[in-house]
Design a protein around this ligand. Structure first.
Ligand SMILES: C[S@@+](CC[C@H](N)C(=O)[O-])C[C@H]1O[C@@H](n2cnc3c(N)ncnc32)[C@H](O)[C@@H]1O
Length: 234
């Protein structure tokens, strides 16, 4: 087990779910499922493929963007911080489930294969069949997860947060674990419910960043901080 404090990365309100039953009869859903050789309830909801059905059931807001989770998991799990063994990654979904992501997971590079893997995960509950699991689903709210992690410092990343340098936040921690919450939804700000769970809201600059870019920037800042501490013999 690598020593040193851990950094928990939580993707919040991720638009990741199986196609809900109400949409199973939609032509776009049926055609997509048929093309993949699965049932309509065995594929991930995807706005780029199921737009008409999602529109009919008024599901366009904050749903059906598993691609955001894909790009962000690739970024997080490939990061040097993860390779150092210092990162723990969780995906909280719009359905209030928490997916624990083992740091050794190598997500498929291809979106098609990622979709297949995550659809299977949401149906079966874990990947692979036997422990140790690389991915596992838990019925847990975001407060449940944070309570379990019992951290003194939870930082929400938001363009509307304070322009505080990340190294300043990190230097006040003195060796304790912490979490970063990043929005994995399509657009907009954290809900007041999520905002209330954060001890601080920190901005990475004035530009609106995609989730994987925000994650790349913050993990890089942590890596630089750890290197500077190591160089100073801390
Ligand atoms: C709202 S989502 C938008 C996702 C985007 N549509 C995509 O395709 O990835 C982006 C998340 O990244 C973080 N973020 C974006 N810009 C930021 C900034 N300037 N400073 C800090 N965090 C930021 C926030 O957590 C935000 O919820």
């Amino acid at each position: 087990m690598p020593s040193g404090e851990r950094y928990h990365l939580v993707l919040v309100d991720s638009p990741l779910e199986l196609v809900p039953e109400a949409l199973w009869k939609g032509k776009d859903v049926r055609n997509d499922a048929k093309r993949r050789g699965r049932g309509p309830g065995e594929i991930l909801l995807d706005i780029s493929k199921h737009y008409s059905s999602m529109k009919r059931f008024d599901l366009l807001d904050g749903r059906g963007r598993p691609d955001i989770v894909h790009t962000t998991l690739l970024t997080a799990l490939d990061s040097p911080l993860n390779q150092m063994g210092r990162l723990r990654t969780y995906v909280h979904t719009v359905e209030d489930t928490v997916i624990r992501v083992d740091r050794h997971l190598r997500p498929p590079r291809s979106y098609e294969r990622f979709e297949g893997l995550l659809a299977k995960l949401l149906m079966v509950g874990h990947i692979p069949d036997e422990e140790p699991y690389l991915l596992s689903v838990h019925q847990a709210t975001l407060p449940d997860l944070l309570r379990e992690l019992a951290l003194d410092t939870v930082v929400a990343l938001s363009r509307r947060g304070g322009p505080v340098p990340i190294h300043q936040v990190l230097s006040r921690l003195s060796g304790r674990d912490m979490a970063f919450m990043v929005g994995a939804f399509q657009k907009g700000a954290f809900s007041p419910r999520v905002r209330a769970l954060a001890h601080r809201v920190v901005s990475l600059g004035p530009y609106p960043l995609s989730t994987h870019v925000a994650v790349c920037k913050v993990l890089h800042e942590v890596e630089v901080f750890l290197r500077s501490g190591a160089a100073a013999g801390i």
